[in-house]
Design a protein around this ligand. Sequence first.
Ligand code: 2PG
Ligand code: MG
Length: 436
Amino acid sequence: MPAITAVRGRLVYNSRGSPTIEVDITTDGTHTGRAAAPSGASVGIHETASFPEGGVAASLQVLSDNAGRITGADPGDVGAMNKVIREIDPEPGYPKMGGSLAFALSIAAAESAAKSAGKPLYRFLGEQEPLASALPSAPPARRYRFPFPLGNILGGGAHAGPGTPDIQEILICATGSDTVQDAIRTNLEVHSELRRILQESDPGFSGGKGDEGGWAPRLDNEKALQAAARACENLGFTLGREVSLGVDFASSTQWDASRSRYVYDRAGFENDAGEQIEFASDLISRFKLIYAEDAVHEEAFEDMAQIRARFPDVLVTGDDLTVTNAAILERAARGGSCNAAILKVNQAGGLYDALEFAAAGARNGIGLVTSHRSGESTESHISHIGIATGSKMLKVGVVGGERVAKLNELLRIAESRDGGDGDGTEHDLIQGMAEL
Ligand code: 2PG
Ligand code: MG
């Protein structure tokens, strides 16, 4: 059994310049895994809080107080690691250590265990319970596929300043690509053509970007979507074929619960619950969206179900709605609220919680979209998590060092395609793109 021989934590900064926690875990004195926790700007009310009172310093104190429990533990079993973490902080939501420490500890442990086993991280994770037996093709017959990269090309809402659209993200996905290399290149081309269009229509456009590398122009929702569609068409693509657009409405940002209305400050209108369903449906139809995330606020399960019923071929996706919580996903599945859900490990806290969520998704036929946060590290564990969980898409942006790191990791993993990762077993072959 591999055993953790050293653990160390430190304060580092994320892509937004906010402090976060990084953890190093060494297995058998040799194999070190490292993970730094990301953080969101549009945070669901049911998400795990990142830090306890006292912030990063308080989490680091919990880590050093409990280093003795962590050393000696088996990092090769995500469930066993979860037990160790739960001994330190048994309450739901990690009130003592904070979700960020649970994230960094569990991912650093998994990386060091994968290294010590000589396996790529995606395969180490794909073999872990409760995920492995919930997937349609369990080991040893497992077929790993690449999720479609889904990237932010135009940002607004909580990710960009005044004058930008109210909706948070306009996303590109190269739905017609049959290789991950082509999908990444296509997303980059659209991002770049969109800049040209924005510059042409507003010579004063500074080239400014939002938190995730999408352009942040002074445009309303409608004009922003038109510009994104034009960028695709200028490159000779037909929307819904070679490429498709998606939107993260992040509607909880607009939702004013005291007045039961969605307030679109920047565009200057308001929607009641029914009008919001029509507003989102209209955009989905006119722009042939393949992907619609949080089109209504985080507690509007029935309104989401209406959108889901209208658009069976669209990935009607929960993010703030489902917050990487297996129990909430089961509820959403029972009510038909979504056919896809975002998986962000730090929304749940630890890796084991996220694997439980992925297993719940697989059992209920809910497609997964593994996702970055707007405040990111330069690491690329989520590229492996996306593959391991059989995600349909990997939402990681298009440009920016912390986003490209995830895409470049997909390119490295693709080198093992058709050749396996060297140990000659069948189940490690990467076979093409996910089914949308
Ligand atoms: C989202 C995410 C990532 P944040 O809402 O989906 O795109 O943003 O990390 O700010 O919650
Ligand atoms: Mg979202």
